[in-house]
Design a protein around this ligand. Structure first.
Ligand code: GRF
Length: 212
């Protein structure tokens, strides 16, 4: 089987990145290697995790690319760095910025994201981190979870690969719920990547078929 080169984009603590690194090291994902980790934040602990694992780690500052006025130049820079490393699959793991349509086209069907809720509910612009779990609690739903999906041009949108469900408890706090969801994220993200790397995911329209 061909070794799939993965590029991971991060902005935060990188526990999902760690779960992917661990799944590769333990042989759960057999034919993949993370060739580059890029962070949009200088102080992201994910960068330390990458360095500890001996993976090339870059901080690329969105402000240097005028990201607030135009998202395209920053995405172009990311694209250049990923293409330099011959990346086959891009994994967004707690990456907070929007990618340009050009980026999405360049890696069409080859970008995965993880979201800490059951999409299409509780996603979209501004729905990240604690805010997602606050919205879930405010809505009074009984279940939440995590979603791995292919990325298209919209926020938190695109064909769904795997989801995991967790209960919402009556006395939940956003932190407690986040922790419960995160545990599931660490299972379904590596598993989705394994399926991708083994060529078992097929996108048909807006759905993903798993060929196991
Ligand atoms: C996770 O909850 C992920 O779903 C969301 O951001 C968080 C990142 O956590 N997109 P980490 O950086 O992987 O620890």
């Amino acid at each position: 089987m061909k070794t799939i080169k993965i590029g991971v984009l991060v902005s935060g603590s990188g526990t999902n990145l760690q779960a992917i690194i661990d799944a590769i090291n333990s042989g759960k994902i057999k034919n993949a290697s993370i060739v580059i980790v890029i962070s949009s934040r200088k102080d992201a602990y994910a960068l330390v995790r990458a360095q500890n694992a001996g993976i090339k780690a870059l901080f690329i500052d969105p402000n240097e690319y005028n990201y607030k006025n135009d998202i395209a130049p920053y995405s172009k820079k990311l694209l250049e760095e990923l293409e330099k490393e011959d990346v086959d699959l891009v994994c967004l793991a707690g990456f907070l910025l929007k990618l340009s349509p050009e980026f999405v086209v360049a890696f069409k069907g080859r970008i995965l994201n993880i979201h800490p809720a059951l999409l299409p509910a509780f996603g979209g612009k501004g729905m990240y981190g604690r805010r997602v779990h606050e919205a879930v609690l405010a809505a009074g739903v009984r279940f939440s979870g995590a979603t791995v999906h292919f990325v298209d041009e919209e926020y938190d949108h695109g064909p769904i690969v795997l989801q995991a469900v967790v209960p919402v408890l009556q006395d939940d706090t956003p932190e407690a719920l986040a922790e419960r969801v995160l545990k599931e994220e660490h299972k379904i993200y590596p598993e989705s990547i394994r399926l991708f790397c083994e060529g078992k995911l097929e996108i048909r329209g807006n759905k993903v078929y798993i060929k196991e």
